[in-house]
Ligand binder design. Structure first.
Ligand code: HEC
Length: 170
């Protein structure tokens, strides 16, 4: 429910008008304010599957080593562009933390907020490591990220935890 803002109003004036118009009304609950302030059309599954997981997967696929037929292969980016790309994926993780924490999405004002913040923190570490092209720090950031994902899933959706872990193990 977005307020329609006539173009003749300045943004500030329109904001003031819509806030003062809401204030005295009975139905100006938290929900009403939330709906007008944030777009929460994407549900939790969509944010996870379409925004957060693709970015996190790129981070995890860009750190460490794998053993293949030709021996150990390093997964870390090898060019400036490669590091810039993973840094951008880390930025998506940072902002996903904010997306999870907004009113209308946050499941509570307690552990959920701590996990959301933890997601952003891990993303910042990954961004810093990518900027410095520091492989060890980047790997550690990926591990920290993984522990935040699993901790939140364990707390809020144990079914997802199982599914998620078995997908990772494939
Ligand atoms: C703040 C809590 C929280 C954090 C942090 C979090 N998740 Fe989730 N995740 C959830 C919840 C809740 C669901 C279940 C959504 C539902 O089914 O309604 C979920 C579901 C998922 C799903 C299943 C989506 C689907 O299609 O059903 C995937 C995949 C996923 N998360 C990946 C991740 C990854 C990867 C990370 C870390 C990079 C992460 N999540 C971090 C709360 C979180």
């Amino acid at each position: 429910m977005r307020d329609f803002i006539p173009s003749r109003f300045s943004v500030t004036a329109a904001l003031f008008v819509s806030l003062s118009a809401c204030a005295p009304q009975e139905e100006a609950t938290d929900t009403a304010v939330t709906e007008s302030a944030y777009n929460t059309d994407l549900n939790m599954q969509e944010i996870m599957a379409l925004v957060l997981e693709p970015a996190a997967d790129i981070l995890w696929d860009s750190g460490g080593w794998v053993m293949d037929a030709s021996g150990y292969e390093e997964l870390y980016p090898t060019t400036d562009d490669g590091w810039a790309y993973v840094r951008a994926q880390a930025a998506i993780v940072v902002e996903s933390g904010n997306s999870l924490a907004i009113p209308g999405r946050a499941e509570d004002n307690d552990a959920w907020m701590i996990y959301s913040e933890g997601l952003s923190d891990a993303g910042i570490l990954a961004m810093e490591a990518a900027a410095a092209q520091d492989k060890e720090a980047f790997f550690q950031a990926g591990a920290q990220l993984y522990s935040v994902c699993t901790a939140c899933h364990q707390a809020y959706n144990p079914d997802i935890l199982n599914r998620f872990d078995s997908e990772e193990a494939d």
